[in-house]
Design a protein around this ligand. Sequence first.
Ligand code: C5P
Length: 201
Amino acid sequence: MAFTIAIDGPAASGKGTISRLLAAEYGFAHLDTGLLYRAVGARMMEGVDPLEAAKALRAEALDGDALRTPEVAQAASKVAVIPEVRAALLDFQRAFARRSGGAVLDGRDIGTVICPEAEVKLFVTANAETRARRRHAELLERGIASDYAEVLADVQARDRRDMERSDAPLRPAPDAVRLDTTTMSIDEALAAARAVVDSRR
Ligand code: C5P
Protein backbone atom coordinates (compact mmCIF):
# COMPACT_ATOMS: atom_id res chain seq x y z
CA MET A 1 0.00 0.00 0.00
CA ALA A 2 1.21 3.50 -0.78
CA PHE A 3 2.01 5.69 2.21
CA THR A 4 3.76 9.01 1.66
CA ILE A 5 5.79 11.01 4.13
CA ALA A 6 6.41 14.56 2.85
CA ILE A 7 9.22 16.48 4.54
CA ASP A 8 9.91 20.10 3.65
CA GLY A 9 12.13 22.79 5.06
CA PRO A 10 15.04 25.13 4.35
CA ALA A 11 18.66 24.10 3.67
CA ALA A 12 20.41 22.18 6.47
CA SER A 13 17.33 22.13 8.70
CA GLY A 14 17.88 18.43 9.39
CA LYS A 15 15.17 17.27 6.97
CA GLY A 16 17.59 15.11 4.95
CA THR A 17 18.86 13.24 7.99
CA ILE A 18 15.36 12.80 9.41
CA SER A 19 14.11 11.54 6.03
CA ARG A 20 16.90 9.01 5.66
CA LEU A 21 16.42 7.66 9.17
CA LEU A 22 12.62 7.49 8.87
CA ALA A 23 12.91 5.61 5.56
CA ALA A 24 15.29 3.09 7.16
CA GLU A 25 13.03 2.77 10.20
CA TYR A 26 9.85 1.99 8.24
CA GLY A 27 11.47 0.25 5.26
CA PHE A 28 10.30 2.98 2.86
CA ALA A 29 12.05 4.25 -0.28
CA HIS A 30 13.61 7.71 0.05
CA LEU A 31 13.94 10.47 -2.55
CA ASP A 32 15.98 13.59 -1.78
CA THR A 33 14.29 15.86 -4.34
CA GLY A 34 16.99 18.52 -3.89
CA LEU A 35 19.25 16.18 -5.87
CA LEU A 36 17.00 16.56 -8.92
CA TYR A 37 17.44 20.36 -8.86
CA ARG A 38 21.14 19.97 -8.07
CA ALA A 39 21.61 17.66 -11.08
CA VAL A 40 19.90 20.21 -13.34
CA GLY A 41 21.97 23.03 -11.79
CA ALA A 42 25.18 21.08 -12.39
CA ARG A 43 24.24 20.58 -16.06
CA MET A 44 23.52 24.32 -16.36
CA MET A 45 27.04 25.02 -15.00
CA GLU A 46 28.33 22.91 -17.92
CA GLY A 47 26.42 25.09 -20.35
CA VAL A 48 23.37 22.87 -20.89
CA ASP A 49 19.94 24.51 -21.10
CA PRO A 50 18.22 23.83 -17.72
CA LEU A 51 14.90 22.81 -19.26
CA GLU A 52 16.59 20.34 -21.62
CA ALA A 53 18.57 18.99 -18.65
CA ALA A 54 15.40 18.58 -16.58
CA LYS A 55 13.60 16.72 -19.38
CA ALA A 56 16.57 14.40 -19.93
CA LEU A 57 17.21 13.71 -16.23
CA ARG A 58 17.54 10.05 -15.23
CA ALA A 59 17.39 8.92 -11.62
CA GLU A 60 20.55 6.84 -12.09
CA ALA A 61 22.47 10.07 -12.81
CA LEU A 62 21.91 11.38 -9.28
CA ASP A 63 25.36 11.09 -7.75
CA GLY A 64 24.80 12.56 -4.30
CA ASP A 65 28.41 13.27 -3.39
CA ALA A 66 29.40 15.17 -6.53
CA LEU A 67 26.21 17.25 -6.35
CA ARG A 68 26.54 18.28 -2.69
CA THR A 69 28.81 21.30 -3.15
CA PRO A 70 27.97 24.95 -2.35
CA GLU A 71 28.35 25.98 -6.02
CA VAL A 72 25.88 23.34 -7.21
CA ALA A 73 23.47 24.30 -4.39
CA GLN A 74 23.35 27.90 -5.63
CA ALA A 75 22.90 26.75 -9.24
CA ALA A 76 20.10 24.42 -8.09
CA SER A 77 18.22 27.23 -6.39
CA LYS A 78 18.50 29.31 -9.58
CA VAL A 79 17.08 26.64 -11.90
CA ALA A 80 14.40 25.90 -9.25
CA VAL A 81 12.69 29.27 -9.91
CA ILE A 82 11.95 28.25 -13.54
CA PRO A 83 8.34 26.94 -13.65
CA GLU A 84 9.01 24.74 -16.73
CA VAL A 85 11.93 23.05 -14.97
CA ARG A 86 9.72 22.30 -11.94
CA ALA A 87 6.97 20.96 -14.24
CA ALA A 88 9.42 18.65 -16.02
CA LEU A 89 10.40 17.08 -12.67
CA LEU A 90 6.84 16.64 -11.37
CA ASP A 91 5.77 13.27 -12.78
CA PHE A 92 8.87 11.45 -11.59
CA GLN A 93 8.40 12.74 -8.03
CA ARG A 94 4.67 11.91 -7.95
CA ALA A 95 5.24 8.40 -9.26
CA PHE A 96 7.96 7.86 -6.66
CA ALA A 97 5.64 9.08 -3.89
CA ARG A 98 2.85 6.63 -4.75
CA ARG A 99 5.02 3.52 -5.18
CA SER A 100 3.79 0.58 -3.16
CA GLY A 101 5.66 -0.05 0.05
CA GLY A 102 5.83 3.56 1.19
CA ALA A 103 7.99 6.55 0.36
CA VAL A 104 9.68 9.47 2.08
CA LEU A 105 10.30 12.55 -0.08
CA ASP A 106 12.14 15.61 1.18
CA GLY A 107 12.38 19.02 -0.44
CA ARG A 108 10.68 22.41 -0.45
CA ASP A 109 7.26 21.81 -2.04
CA ILE A 110 6.46 18.17 -1.32
CA GLY A 111 3.54 18.83 1.05
CA THR A 112 2.24 21.82 -0.92
CA VAL A 113 2.62 20.84 -4.60
CA ILE A 114 4.05 17.36 -5.21
CA CYS A 115 2.02 15.37 -2.67
CA PRO A 116 -0.75 17.50 -1.17
CA GLU A 117 -2.44 14.20 -0.22
CA ALA A 118 0.55 12.81 1.70
CA GLU A 119 -0.43 10.84 4.81
CA VAL A 120 2.27 12.65 6.84
CA LYS A 121 3.62 16.18 6.32
CA LEU A 122 6.46 17.62 8.34
CA PHE A 123 7.96 21.10 8.06
CA VAL A 124 11.45 21.01 9.55
CA THR A 125 13.14 24.28 10.51
CA ALA A 126 16.06 25.64 12.56
CA ASN A 127 17.45 29.14 12.79
CA ALA A 128 19.82 30.22 10.01
CA GLU A 129 22.95 30.33 12.20
CA THR A 130 22.40 26.79 13.44
CA ARG A 131 21.80 25.54 9.92
CA ALA A 132 24.93 27.29 8.63
CA ARG A 133 26.99 25.83 11.49
CA ARG A 134 25.76 22.31 10.64
CA ARG A 135 26.44 22.72 6.91
CA HIS A 136 29.89 24.20 7.62
CA ALA A 137 30.82 21.24 9.86
CA GLU A 138 29.49 18.77 7.28
CA LEU A 139 31.57 20.33 4.46
CA LEU A 140 34.75 20.28 6.59
CA GLU A 141 34.09 16.67 7.52
CA ARG A 142 33.88 15.79 3.83
CA GLY A 143 37.22 17.52 3.22
CA ILE A 144 35.70 20.49 1.38
CA ALA A 145 37.19 23.92 2.24
CA SER A 146 34.56 26.03 4.01
CA ASP A 147 34.19 29.43 5.64
CA TYR A 148 31.35 29.85 8.17
CA ALA A 149 30.45 33.42 7.15
CA GLU A 150 30.24 32.38 3.51
CA VAL A 151 28.10 29.34 4.34
CA LEU A 152 25.72 31.57 6.33
CA ALA A 153 25.44 34.05 3.44
CA ASP A 154 24.83 31.16 1.00
CA VAL A 155 22.12 29.64 3.20
CA GLN A 156 20.40 33.01 3.58
CA ALA A 157 20.56 33.75 -0.17
CA ARG A 158 19.04 30.34 -0.91
CA ASP A 159 16.33 30.78 1.76
CA ARG A 160 15.36 34.06 0.16
CA ARG A 161 15.27 32.69 -3.38
CA ASP A 162 13.29 29.62 -2.27
CA MET A 163 10.74 31.62 -0.25
CA GLU A 164 10.26 34.48 -2.69
CA ARG A 165 9.82 32.59 -5.96
CA SER A 166 6.30 32.66 -7.34
CA ASP A 167 6.10 28.99 -8.39
CA ALA A 168 6.05 26.51 -5.47
CA PRO A 169 7.70 28.79 -2.88
CA LEU A 170 9.08 27.27 0.31
CA ARG A 171 6.30 27.37 2.90
CA PRO A 172 4.60 24.89 5.21
CA ALA A 173 1.43 23.18 3.97
CA PRO A 174 -1.53 24.27 6.13
CA ASP A 175 -1.75 20.77 7.62
CA ALA A 176 2.01 20.21 8.12
CA VAL A 177 3.39 19.48 11.58
CA ARG A 178 6.25 21.87 12.34
CA LEU A 179 9.45 20.61 13.88
CA ASP A 180 12.04 23.18 15.00
CA THR A 181 15.34 21.30 15.38
CA THR A 182 17.43 24.29 16.55
CA THR A 183 18.08 22.84 19.99
CA MET A 184 17.40 19.17 19.21
CA SER A 185 19.82 16.29 18.81
CA ILE A 186 19.32 13.95 15.85
CA ASP A 187 17.82 11.35 18.20
CA GLU A 188 15.33 13.86 19.60
CA ALA A 189 14.32 15.06 16.14
CA LEU A 190 13.89 11.48 14.91
CA ALA A 191 11.77 10.57 17.95
CA ALA A 192 9.51 13.58 17.35
CA ALA A 193 9.14 12.70 13.65
CA ARG A 194 8.38 9.05 14.44
CA ALA A 195 5.68 10.07 16.89
CA VAL A 196 3.95 12.00 14.10
CA VAL A 197 4.24 9.10 11.62
CA ASP A 198 3.00 6.54 14.17
CA SER A 199 -0.04 8.68 14.94
CA ARG A 200 -1.07 8.47 11.23
CA ARG A 201 -0.50 4.78 10.54
O1 C5P B 1 17.57 20.32 -0.54
P1 C5P B 1 18.75 20.91 -1.26
O2 C5P B 1 19.47 21.93 -0.45
O3 C5P B 1 19.65 19.86 -1.82
O4 C5P B 1 18.11 21.65 -2.52
C1 C5P B 1 18.87 22.46 -3.40
C2 C5P B 1 17.95 23.52 -4.01
O5 C5P B 1 16.99 22.90 -4.86
C3 C5P B 1 17.12 24.32 -3.00
O6 C5P B 1 17.79 25.47 -2.51
C4 C5P B 1 15.88 24.69 -3.79
O7 C5P B 1 16.09 25.89 -4.51
C5 C5P B 1 15.74 23.56 -4.79
N1 C5P B 1 14.66 22.62 -4.43
C6 C5P B 1 13.37 22.96 -4.76
N2 C5P B 1 12.35 22.10 -4.52
C7 C5P B 1 12.58 20.91 -3.94
C8 C5P B 1 13.90 20.56 -3.55
C9 C5P B 1 14.93 21.44 -3.81
O8 C5P B 1 13.12 24.05 -5.27
N3 C5P B 1 11.56 20.07 -3.74
